[in-house]
Write a protein that binds this ligand. Sequence first.
Ligand SMILES: Cc1cc2nc3c(=O)[nH]c(=O)nc-3n(C[C@H](O)[C@H](O)[C@H](O)COP(=O)(O)O)c2cc1C
Length: 267
Amino acid sequence: MDKPFDLHCIYFSAKLTTKKYVESIANAINIANTTFHDMTSATTIDDIEIPASSIAIFAAPVYAGRIPAVAAERFARFKGKHTPAIIFCTYGNRAFDDALLELKDLVTANGFKVISAAAFVSCHSIFPNIAAGRPFAYDIKDATDFASKSIQVLTSLGSIANAPNVMIPGKHPYRPIENTFFFAPKRHKHLCDHCGTCARLCPTKAIDAETLDIDTAQCISCGHCIAVCPNHAKNFGGVKYQVAKQMFTKKFGAAICHTDTFYAEDI
Ligand SMILES: Cc1cc2nc3c(=O)[nH]c(=O)nc-3n(C[C@H](O)[C@H](O)[C@H](O)COP(=O)(O)O)c2cc1C
């Protein structure tokens, strides 16, 4: 197959590390006509068709071993027509469980053909001392190598319809959705100037535009309000959070997870 004419990058990235990987991979693929579809903030969009002459990247963080439900909902608006797709998830040094498989199933059901998949490690978005500072340079090198190999695999395929299936770890039925580590970010009133950025950009519209209070039933602990606050007025905190952080650090703080990659190629 020829190298595609355009590239569509469809992603959800609350704490912006998935976005970093998306940008590195898009740069390495280097197609002049590249469009970024940031699906992080609450948006309503019509269905978007991505033709077979294009290539799509779908990327999301892992939440409790799954793809965030809001990301899955938004990604489903993109429809392929046997369009090749590169998929990846980022995770915070614990595990990606069924997330990558779920992402593959989702995009396949929407008309895409997955040619490669990866799981990359990022700084944990709730406990930022876990995998602190990642992606490092070596993670980005893994990502750009993954991009080059994905294009190599694609261009070596006779036809997309006959491409070998990409084998991805994970189980059906997927891990049940759970909210074990639920923490709504705290707002430090002395730093907050009520600009409303957090409310405007919250992925689930969980923040009241007037009071800036969080509706804990809507909040998914993604931390986007922390990442976008221009005054650094928000963070995770509180006794329950500190206890969970200690426990989590004990279990997952020492091990160092690495990139996993999977390709549509005959073994
Ligand atoms: C609600 C929630 C659940 C998470 N669950 C997991 C998990 O199951 N395994 C893991 O390794 N990291 C988990 N993480 C960490 C994120 O997957 C990781 O930090 C990711 O790279 C964040 O991407 P972002 O910076 O683009 O938002 C979780 C984060 C959140 C907010």
